[in-house]
Design a binder for this molecule. Structure first.
Ligand SMILES: Cc1ncc(COP(=O)(O)O)c(C=O)c1O
Length: 408
């Protein structure tokens, strides 16, 4: 059944009643009393940072994704920087990544003085295309950074096989994909290093925060040093040993995640399975509502994937509409549906254009998707009524803007 209704209510953008009276954001954290109690307990403890909650969170996280090691960071961006450092990226090196991501994925390569090289995405999942990666390799390539866009895992086995052949490190940006499965295996245990974010719109939040998981103890040790000024021991280990002596052995940063944040992360992680189940229910309702709407291309799900649904990005079939994506976006905002766009392709940001001379047209699949993408609200705290509001508003707006609709 189509959600496009025949009756043409007046759009809010044209002075009609909005679908909702309050704005529904595209993403939002869920904090309950148990989260608050956990933070208060951490505040009352002896350790506000570098204490026991850090290793407790890291161990619980590693167990959840099935990795040997997890190293926490002060943000997903800091975690990406750590992974780029541990991979040995430096001036003169290249790392291949997708243009359809948040800028931090490519920026971490620049932080190391290396050069990000973009490879276009696959038309269905909008994840990096392994064939395009192969065409971008050079003697300077040292790493590949796939992104699990919207929470759908990239073609990891193909990328790993390719990386193996060429001696590359795969740093998977799974900031969207905590809890996703790839061929019945959990994201976080599959590539050389996998990076997560705990920003409030993500599946688990610590306010700001990030994590790298790895099975490689050398990467883990390097990551721990890098986030702690490059120092060879941590404060708690020195305290336990009654020692003061430490040495700085590499140039690191203060990228530590506090015990206050980790206490919140531990509580949040314990609710992750329920949160994922709710996101999957919401995605199923959207799929059901939108799959036969001519002007909507819902996100694709490959057989091998059980996505984590950080985002629900639809693509508009603009050929069926009399308006642009931005006009549809404005009309949905006026209906109080907090839509968003993920992402302006990284190479089109002014910084990348100025520095590398990109002009547009280099990555046609990502650029075409960008013209059409709208992320609908997707977070585990959404009620059934919220989901119905989104479906109703999308139907209302698109029925007005369908090519054959009477102009208002
Ligand atoms: C794909 C991707 N990579 C990296 C990041 C950076 O994470 P953070 O905001 O925790 O620094 C984000 C955050 O939005 C992201 O979506």
């Amino acid at each position: 059944m189509s959600v496009i209704s025949a009756d043409h209510e007046i759009l809010a953008i044209h002075g009609g009643q909005p679908t909702r009276t309050t704005l529904l954001p595209y993403g939002r954290q869920s904090i309950d009393e148990s989260d608050i109690a956990a933070v208060v307990e951490a505040l009352r403890s002896d350790w506000l940072t570098t204490g026991p909650k850090v290793s407790e969170f890291e161990e619980a996280f590693a167990a959840f994704v099935g990795a040997k090691c997890a190293v926490s960071f002060s943000s997903g961006t800091a975690a990406l920087h750590g992974a780029a450092f541990a991979a040995g990226l430096q001036a003169g090196d290249e790392a291949i990544t997708t243009p359809l991501t948040f800028a931090a994925t490519a920026n971490c390569v620049l932080y190391q003085g290396a050069t990000p090289v973009f490879a276009d995405v696959e038309p269905d999942t909008l994840n990096i295309d392994p064939e395009q990666v192969a065409s971008r390799i050079s003697p300077r390539t040292k790493a590949v950074l796939p992104v699990d866009y919207a929470g759908h895992p990239a073609e990891l086995d193909e990328l790993l096989r390719f990386a193996d052949r060429h001696g590359l490190v795969v740093i998977e940006d799974a900031c969207h994909a905590l809890g996703a499965d790839y061929k019945a295996r959990r994201v976080g245990s599959l590539t050389h290093m996998t990076v997560f974010s705990f920003h409030p719109v993500k599946h688990v939040t610590t306010g700001e925060g990030g994590m790298v998981t790895t099975d490689n103890p050398w990467f883990a040790e390097t990551l721990r040093r890098f986030r702690n000024h490059g120092i060879d021991s941590d404060a708690r280990a020195r305290h336990a040993a009654g020692q003061w002596h430490y040495e700085m052995i590499l140039l690191g940063f203060n990228y530590r995640l506090s015990d206050i944040a980790c206490a919140l992360g531990i509580r949040q992680l314990s609710k992750l399975e329920a949160n994922l189940a709710r996101r999957r229910q919401i995605a199923a309702r959207y799929h059901q509502a939108f799959r036969e709407v001519p002007s909507i291309r819902p996100p694709a799900v490959r057989d091998y994937a059980d996505p984590a649904w950080h985002l629900y990005p639809i693509r508009l079939r603009l050929e069926e509409l009399s308006r642009t994506r931005d006009q549809v976006f404005q009309a949905l905002r006026a209906e109080n549906i907090g839509v968003n766009v993920h992402y302006i392709p990284v190479h089109l940001h002014p910084y990348y254009r100025d520095r590398f001379g990109y002009k547009g047209g280099e990555f046609p699949v990502a650029e075409d998707a960008y013209q059409r993408l709208i992320s609908l609200p997707m977070f585990h705290g959404m009620t059934d009524a919220d989901v119905s509001d989104v479906i109703a508003a999308v139907g209302k707006v698109l029925s007005h803007f369908a090519d054959n609709a009477v102009a208002v």
